[in-house]
Design a protein around this ligand. Structure first.
Ligand SMILES: [Zn+2]
Length: 165
């Protein structure tokens, strides 16, 4: 099993994003003829023919609303794919989501106030789970770090959140 828990977008946030996204735009679901879209509701790639939507999501803002943090200018939003309807969330997995040897990720670290306290680049090794475990252990070794955002390097898009265990 993974040492750290990769969090999908919470069901309550998904319910709202499926109406209006975090940029205030209406959700526009569509049937994707192709697959391979990274879905942040169930942390897997989409299959051709699934009903999905591309919405703006503000992960730090959503977390701050739960914890009372005040990320201020660090609050940002970006595009994520989600299922158009409730999908039941992720199936239990031995792997971190969207893991592929050679893929480039950034791990951004935030403190309890929601401010950035560091980050690093990660090229996923032969065994991606070991690479994630090591990089996340390194992040949480800093007592100031409350949560980590994992993002794709090329598109900059948010993949998943890991909170201090
Ligand atoms: Zn889903």
């Amino acid at each position: 099993m993974n040492t750290y828990f990769a969090r999908p977008i919470a069901p309550s946030a998904l319910a709202r994003l499926r109406v209006t996204d975090d940029a205030g735009r209406a959700c526009v679901p569509y049937t994707a003829t192709d697959g391979g879209h990274p879905l942040r509701c169930c942390l897997r790639l989409s299959e051709p023919g699934e009903r999905i939507a591309l919405v703006s999501y503000a992960p730090l803002r959503r977390w701050a609303a739960e914890t009372g943090a005040t990320p201020g200018a660090y609050d940002e939003q970006g595009p994520v794919f989600i299922h158009a309807e409730d999908c039941g969330g992720p199936a239990p997995s031995e792997e971190y989501p969207f893991s592929r040897t050679g893929a480039l990720r950034t791990l951004r670290r935030y403190d309890t106030a929601g401010r950035i306290v560091g980050g690093r680049l990660l090229e996923l090794p032969e065994t991606p789970a070991e690479g994630f475990d090591k990089a996340l252990a390194e992040a949480f070794a800093d007592p100031a770090v409350a949560l980590v955002h994992v993002r794709a390097v090329e598109y900059g898009c948010f993949h998943f959140e890991v909170r201090r265990p």
